[in-house]
Design a protein around this ligand. Structure first.
Ligand SMILES: N[C@@H](CCC(=O)N[C@@H](CS)C(=O)NCC(=O)O)C(=O)O
Length: 234
């Protein structure tokens, strides 16, 4: 059976990684059998989670994993017209290559309180000395990534202004629909759910979360997917 390697579940959400949550949500939307294995990025083929092992093949990165799931099992986008597919790719990039960095900043850099919450969630299973060293080395590395990508060069107020613009775009495009392209879930819904639950449904406090929570359609979207696809997770 397909194995999905991801962070241990925490905070009552499917995964604290938007990308792990995206892949697991796609698997559930598509009704593909799988099992999860707890892992850390240090043992992942590309140094990041998630990755999967399926029938002897290892695949890393949610995008390549989804290409595989679509060609081997079920393509949830197969009925989308080309223009919707184009919008789907563009919005996935907004979510995964822009809004993601603002969520990452909120979690690892914005306040010490958020960092402590994040640190406990990711590192508390490790033995004490490894935990503290591992947490501070990883944090230094992530802060370098946030600076290198560019988000870390702005003031926090500027960062959240950009994040709110993304949230507004997603809320406007979703409108009153159940899913981004209507009544059936597609890849974009898996991607959006993965990040949105990590912004509005976890104990990381920020103006980004506050703004997301004012968008009733995004809150309903997240609650509906949780209720329908993740009712029994612990
Ligand atoms: N493009 C990758 C991104 C994966 C990613 O950024 N994973 C993060 C967790 S959310 C990670 O493992 N980071 C570890 C690190 O950067 O050291 C995907 O789509 O899977």
């Amino acid at each position: 059976m397909l194995k999905l390697y991801q962070f241990e579940r925490t905070w009552g959400i499917p995964n604290l990684s938007p990308f792990c949550c995206k892949v697991e949500t796609y698997l559930r939307f598509a009704g593909i059998d799988y099992e999860t294995k707890a892992a850390l990025p240090t043992t992942a083929p590309k140094g990041k989670l998630p990755y999967i092992v399926d029938d002897g093949t290892t695949l890393a990165d949610s995008r390549f994993i989804l290409f595989h799931l679509k060609s081997t099992y079920r393509d949830l986008d197969d009925e989308l017209p080309a223009t919707d597919l184009a919008i789907s790719v563009a919005l996935q990039r907004l979510i995964e290559e822009h809004l993601f960095w603002i969520a990452l900043y909120s979690r690892w850099q914005y306040t010490d309180e958020n960092w402590q919450t994040n640190k406990t969630a990711i590192f508390s299973a490790l033995p004490p000395i490894v935990r503290d060293l591992g947490a501070s080395v990883t944090r230094r590395n992530i802060l370098k990534q946030i600076y290198g990508q560019g988000t870390g060069r702005h003031q926090s107020e500027e960062i959240f202004t950009l994040g709110k613009e993304d949230i507004d775009a997603l809320a406007t495009f979703l409108g009153s629909k159940s899913y981004f392209f209507g009544v059936r879930p597609t890849t974009l819904d898996a991607s959006a759910f993965g990040l949105l639950i990590n912004i509005i449904g976890c104990p990381i406090e920020s103006p980004l979360k506050d703004h997301g929570l004012t968008k009733k359609n995004l809150v309903t979207f997240v609650d509906r997917i949780m209720g329908q696809y993740y009712q029994h997770i612990t």
